[in-house]
Ligand binder design. Structure first.
Ligand code: SAM
Length: 310
């Protein structure tokens, strides 16, 4: 699947060098996206929760309306991918959903719609004052993989106040499942009133912000719990998940690694711009003699069966 997609992507890049071909590329992308929307509605993900094609079509339309109306920092396809992953959490796994980095509330509104369907609460965490000061210059200047440009992060960027986010979610999502956690993560997540976290989505841009999320959220995630990231393109963010010394000294743990580094995991036939890591206890798996088969060597089914709830 990865090879096919690499080829598809290479052909598309080739095609888009010329103007008529650019049109063809756009058309192909449109078809890919429509294919993904259709498969989102028709596949069996959600069935064990009683969520069928009719509910998923309604969800798709609401998410579409939200994305088109609110001008956030994430795409319809990214929201669908997160929706599918949320619906795949095994029914027996307890825990809430935490979003770190909501800006105008676009991603929060979509996540809230899904949380409402799957019966989980959504904790929307943000400073509501935009980004904090980058930790240093290495963090301030960030190369985007596959681009000839770079980011210059600045304090206060992506600022939207709590009332406007509440308004967005009330208009396009389901505010009844939301709790708001205000402040910079290093402090606000310390006192987050959630015992178990089944799913995290971070879209915080800065590696130091993501580090704070890991420090405070990881210990409350169950084995098999996933931490999704909107920053698979960022060398600084991805490096966090491979820093052996940091994981050993912070959690006395092995590194979890990261799936989708670069352009993210696939959403249908395109790269999503979203990657993830998963919590597992290697020593326990070894003791139990449990072999682990990773994505790519099996299909993931309608629910993730590898989530012990302990
Ligand atoms: C790119 S925006 C999020 C976009 C949003 N997820 C969407 O889809 O539209 C990044 C957000 O992360 C928040 N943020 C980044 N670092 C933070 C930190 N350390 N503490 C609190 N909020 C932070 C910013 O305030 C901003 O709202």
């Amino acid at each position: 699947m990865t090879t096919t997609s690499h080829t598809t992507s290479a052909i598309l890049t080739e095609l888009t060098q010329t103007t008529p071909a650019r049109l063809l590329g756009s058309l192909a992308r449109l078809i890919f996206r429509r294919y993904y929307h259709l498969s989102f509605v028709l596949n069996r993900v959600g069935t064990p929760l009683g969520i069928g094609p009719k509910e998923k079509y309604r969800l798709l339309r609401k998410i579409q309306k939200n994305v088109n109306s609110t001008r956030g920092g994430s795409t319809l396809e990214q929201h669908l991918l997160l929706a599918e992953e949320l619906m795949k959490i095994a029914v027996h796994v307890q825990g809430d959903v935490v979003e770190c980095g909501c800006w105008r509330g676009t991603s929060s509104a979509s996540l809230s719609l899904v949380c409402s369907l799957i019966g989980r609460r959504l904790y929307v965490c943000d400073s509501f004052e935009g980004l904090p000061e980058p930790k240093n210059d290495a963090e301030r200047y960030d190369i985007h993989a596959g681009s000839t440009e770079y980011y210059v992060w600045q304090k206060g960027e992506y600022s939207a106040d709590l009332n406007s986010v509440r308004h967005t979610i009330s208009m396009y999502g389901d505010i009844s499942v939301c709790e708001f956690v205000v402040g910079y993560f290093a402090e606000s997540l310390r006192t987050l009133n959630v015992e178990r976290i089944a799913f995290v989505f971070e879209d915080a841009d800065l590696a130091s912000s993501v580090e704070s999320c890991i420090i405070h959220l990881w210990p409350r995630m169950p084995e098999g719990g996933r931490f999704y990231s909107h920053e698979p393109w960022s060398e600084h963010v991805v490096a966090l998940f491979y820093d052996r010394d940091w994981w050993r000294s912070t959690f006395n743990s092995h590194i979890p690694g990261f799936y989708g580094s670069g352009k993210g995991i696939l959403a249908g036939l395109e790269y999503s711009g979203i990657g993830y890591t998963e919590k597992y206890d290697l020593e326990r798996l070894k003791r139990a003699g449990r072999k682990r088969i990773r994505d790519g060597s099996r299909s993931e089914g309608v629910q993730r069966s590898d989530q012990p709830d302990r």
